[in-house]
Design a binder for this molecule. Sequence first.
Ligand code: UT7
Length: 333
Amino acid sequence: MGPTAVVTGVGGALPPRVVTNHELAQRLDTSDEWIRTRTGIRQRHVVEAGTSTGDLATEAGSRAMKQAGLDSVDLVVVATTTPDRLCPATAPTVASRMGLVGASAFDVSAVCSGFVYALQTATTAIAAGTAESAVVIGAESFSTLLDPEDRSTVAIFGDGAGALALRAGDRSEDGAVLDFDTGSDGSLRDLITVPGGGAEQRASGRPPAIGDTYFRMEGQPVFKHAVRQMSETSLKVLGTSGWAVEEVDWFVGHQANMRILRAVAGRLGIDSDRAVSNIERVGNTAAASIPLALSDSAAEGRLGRGDRVLLAAFGGGATWGAATLTWPELPPL
Ligand code: UT7
């Protein structure tokens, strides 16, 4: 087997402003009890004026590079649903701000599955020899996309970023990114969508209808698809890696909803103490959620050298994806 990507650093970033469920309940028809019992979320971080996705991405990416001891990389991939501008992509600006002028840099748009897709893209580039090193970032200012009056989305989503630094290495090394399974079903595109503001609406010649530039989600069907697809994609990638479910040390699922994470872990037969979760503190941070969960777990010392890690996500598109990797020994930051 040829080279693969090896993880050499991890980083996270959260905007300082915390919005608790109690604070939300003061302005929306909701309650701390409803949000906690239906989602497992107690609070989320949100950006304030002057901060956006690129800032969070730069902070998380710089932390990952610092831990890796890297001054330069060949490739920067940013997974995001909330790019700083419709055009150009956020990644080139992030790369410049990280001192990486000249690096290949582009965004990946796969909503909550974006980080798995971005990691697959960077790993494939490293395996093909077109990049020797990369930083893969998931970053969102998701709160900027939400209808402030929509309790069903405001209660769930939060802002943040997470990143992994990668270098070329061998599959037998601790930290090796091993296998992927990804897929999509575009017939489900209306379940998670921002219908206005894109080419489809502009080409229609009609201005966006009121509310059409806000994010919309049909929670119940998304919940069911998420449980099914995150379970199936996990089993597929475990099969490719030849790992039994019992051999997985950590399941790091997209932090969509605590009930979704428990249901997927239950279907797979993974004990809840092996399922990583930070959703209580950060909410659903879409493309940022998996790398932010990795960053938080690493900072807490939960992920140990050589541990077998399974990632799985489901998101708008619909898209889904899973990956297997082992965890490296990382220097303390
Ligand atoms: O990250 C990308 C993928 N996203 C996901 O995976 C999210 C998947 N979906 C979910 O997590 C859940 O479906 C939600 C958390 C969005 C909703 O939970 P649910 O248990 O599916 O609730 P529901 O949509 O069936 O709504 C039940 C009730 C409704 O009221 P009625 O129609 O029964 O009167 C909602 O209007 O709860 C109401 N509701 C709320 N009530 C208080 C919805 N949001 C809230 C809220 N506070 N924040």
